[in-house]
Design a binder for this molecule. Sequence first.
Ligand code: UDX
Length: 436
Amino acid sequence: MKIAMVGSGYVGLVSGACFADFGHDVVCIDKDQSKIDRLHDGIMPIYEPGLAELVGSNVAAGRLTFTTSLAEGIKGADAIFIAVGTPSRRGDGHADLSFVYAVAEEIGANLANDAVVVTKSTVPVGTGDEVERILKDSGTSHKFSVVSNPEFLREGAAIGDFKRPDRIVIGAEDDFGREVMSAVYRPLFLNESPILFTGRRTSELIKYAANAFLATKITFINEMADLCEKVGANVQDVSRGIGMDNRIGSKFLHAGPGYGGSCFPKDTLALLKTAEDYDSPTRIVEAVVKVNDSRKRAMGRKVLDALGGADKARGKKVALLGLTFKPNTDDMRDSPAIAVSQTLTDAGVEVAAYDPEGMELAKPLMPEVTMVDDPYTAIEGADAIAIVTEWDAFRALDLTRVKDLAKAPVLVDLRNIYRPEDLRAAGFEYTSIGRG
Ligand code: UDX
């Protein structure tokens, strides 16, 4: 099969490289000349474990190429994937579809053969209908079908998620679409990955419903964690205790500082907007968005409490360990660390931070924070240390060294990566999440 991937960002590049690895002939397209130049030189635009190697081996095998020309890239393609960004539109929270529609126009103007056009970007219900209208209006004489095929890739684990998915969802309205998509994903059926064929609108909604459900699960356990702190219970045991019930499931029940990232915050908001437009409010998701937003600053206040309260915090120093919204990524989008550091600096606290991958992208988002080169430099002279992201590098800190360097042995663990009894035995004043 020949596949064109329009948009060589996170989703497009990972998907393109994985399709090539399955033996398809893939062209990744992007308007950004410098990105394409760097890809030609083997330099990845994002940090994702295993991606550079996967891209390198498939380029060497001649199955993966890059171009800035959409017209050239889609020539002869059986399937043309649209994998461009759908950020939150400024002001109203709707998904901004201008990039998707611009690509659809360009595909319509340049289609040189019959092809299936696939939306891989996360797009609100009805976007496929609009892409179809744009292609029809282009007057193309070639046969086409518009299909929805959402991605469920986690940053940091994207290649594994692509190659061994829990399921593949394909929303198609005709046999042409279903047949081409079956051929595209055949290598995965052979891995026995379940495939679900649905209507196009259903498939578009599945993506939002999945992310909103996962965001709800996290927010639910976060509220249970708050309650645990008040009643003297342990949220990790509550998670285990409810997660062993197969109907609930044990994943995504890890309490923390609130979800962030490029998907959950944007997709929950966009779902609310769709629900409003169709006069079918999703009140549970509304509550999830509000609770999660306020939680991030509340985590900053938790650190202030560890310093003895906001009124005593001015002039004190806090070491923040971890800035990205989760480990194994350099992504800072909607990371809880932004609100935590803002709450601290607003209270006059001096903040020094270290993150293994995120500092470049974090700098402009937290100009008042001093970025340092390793965790121990951040800890030097600190009145409190806060672990915000659970990078492996923070799981085995040299506690004796930490105690020697810090001004006070105060540790706020927003990811519960230490055991309270161990830290207390080591002489720390230790606060965590939901372990009252
Ligand atoms: C998510 C979805 O998992 C993926 O299927 C979708 O396609 C894109 O959005 P991602 O944003 O990469 O992927 O991150 P994920 O690992 O799902 O974590 C999202 C956020 O939830 C992070 O901030 C993480 O720290 C938080 N989280 C996750 C928790 O606080 N507790 C958990 O138990 C799980």
